[in-house]
Write a protein that binds this ligand. Structure first.
Ligand SMILES: Cc1ncc(COP(=O)(O)O)c(C=O)c1O
Length: 419
């Protein structure tokens, strides 16, 4: 556990910027990690350096060679992050754009006819891409209904809709509203049993900062992450595509390399900042394994992060010290149940005696930053079936502490009017 190793939590926090204070508002506890994680200081330094380099790739000079080396290294680090020894990694405009590109390529390249399958748990990024490209390609878009009570969806629910003519399927790894993870490998294996050629695309955007990513174990064809949610920054998305998805026809410069997913001149700084993320995980994992293998250290970091976050989630939901947990506070309703197992850093809730917008401000006045989620095009898939207009989302990362959770519980006790 991160917090059990003397000094490690302090070292972790020292590697991130704006941990204890917002540069605009002053001291605050950051529980808005699902909206964007804290940035590594190394990412900020790398971004500034690369923003300053005027040179372009493919030239005969040392600056150009350095940029190309950063891209090559970034790609190798991305492949390590995804545990992908096959396929291609690439950088796009955002996580949403990467999902659209993967889904568009699969939809246009798959055998004609058939159906496309996703779930109601998905973020609109993948759901909208599936809606658009099912319409364009004239296929029905079926959506497996998630379970409101547990806030997730599983292989059994998918199984009811599996047919041999499945062409493209989408799976969200973790819901950004309920925080509950999904058995991606189980669903993918179930799909492969019935429709072995189906292209399976995974939205790993909410999962990526909460545990290791392993595309090798998942049997998928595409996987997308958003670096600003994994300790890097805005401005790019990162995707992985299998060899057979990469082999399909896709938008490209005529005459360019057939396997290239990138379009146009790349920002070498995006690759370099992802290398910073992988270097950080490598460093963190090194405290939990003596292995000389980088991937083993990244997996060890994933386990340590998940372990620490489980402790925070247990404290938040069930209490810590003499503070009652959220489940014991009067008027608190958790979205998607109160399970700790399978939860990845997010608790969304409503309070009976206070509107969600007021609760966000109430917590802000006590130095705690959280976010409102509304029954709109982003979260309506989770909130509408429950009949809720909104909720607040509290989201943690591995650099948050149990003391910060205690501060939240103290403020929530006041908000709930509990003695
Ligand atoms: C699960 C999930 N998918 C997709 C997205 C969209 O990512 P981006 O903002 O990088 O396009 C988000 C953002 O919140 C998300 O949580």
């Amino acid at each position: 556990m991160i917090a059990d190793k003397p000094g490690l939590m302090e070292e972790v926090r020292a590697r991130f910027a704006h941990v204890e204070a917002c540069p605009f508002e002053g001291p605050r506890i950051f529980f808005e990690n699902a909206g964007g994680a804290l940035r590594l200081k190394s990412v900020i330094e790398t971004s500034a350096a690369y923003a300053g380099y005027p040179d372009n790739q493919g030239r005969d000079n040392p600056a150009s060679a350095a940029l190309m080396a950063a891209i090559t290294k970034g790609k190798a680090d991305m492949a390590l992050f995804f545990n992908a020894n096959r396929g291609r990694v690439f950088v796009g405009e955002s996580g949403t754009e990467v999902l659209f590109r993967l889904i568009r390529t699969a939809s246009l390249g798959a055998e004609k006819g058939g159906v496309m399958l996703g779930s109601t748990l998905e973020h609109p990024a993948s759901a909208s891409a599936m809606a658009r490209w099912s319409e364009v390609t004239g296929r029905p878009h079926i959506r497996v209904v998630h379970d409101d009570a547990t806030g997730t969806v599983g292989p059994a629910a998918y199984r009811a809709h599996l047919t041999p003519d499945l062409r493209v399927a989408t799976i969200v790894h973790t819901s950004p509203v309920t925080g509950m993870s999904v058995d991606v490998a189980g669903i993918a294996a179930a799909i492969r049993e019935v429709a072995p050629d189906c292209f399976i695309i995974v939205d790993g955007i909410q999962h990526a900062s909460h545990g290791a990513v392993d595309t090798g174990a998942v049997l998928a064809d595409g996987y997308a992450v958003s670096p600003y949610k994994v300790f890097s920054r805005h401005g790019y998305g990162v995707g992985w595509a299998s060899d057979r998805l990469t082999a399909l026809v896709k938008e490209q410069i005529v005459g360019g390399p057939a396997d290239a997913w990138e379009l146009g001149t790349r920002d070498a700084g995006s690759y370099a900042t992802f290398s910073d993320v992988v270097a950080y995980l490598d460093w963190l994992g090194g405290h939990f394994t003596a292995s000389g293998d980088r991937r083993s250290r990244i997996e060890a970091a994933g386990k340590a992060i998940a372990g620490h976050e489980a402790r925070l989630m247990t404290a938040m939901i069930h209490g810590t010290g003499n503070l009652a947990g959220l489940v014991a506070l009067p008027g608190v309703t958790l979205i998607g149940g109160d399970a700790v197992s399978g939860r990845e850093g997010v608790v969304s809730l409503r309070l009976a005696n206070m509107a969600s917008g007021d609760l966000v401000r109430f917590l802000a006045e006590r130095g705690i930053r959280v976010h409102i989620r509304r029954n709109d095009h982003y979260c309506g898939n989770i909130l509408a079936p429950l009949g809720y207009d909104d909720c607040i989302r509290v989201s943690v990362s591995h650099y948050n502490t149990e003391a910060e959770v205690a501060a939240l519980l103290t403020a929530m006790r006041e908000a709930a009017g509990a003695s």
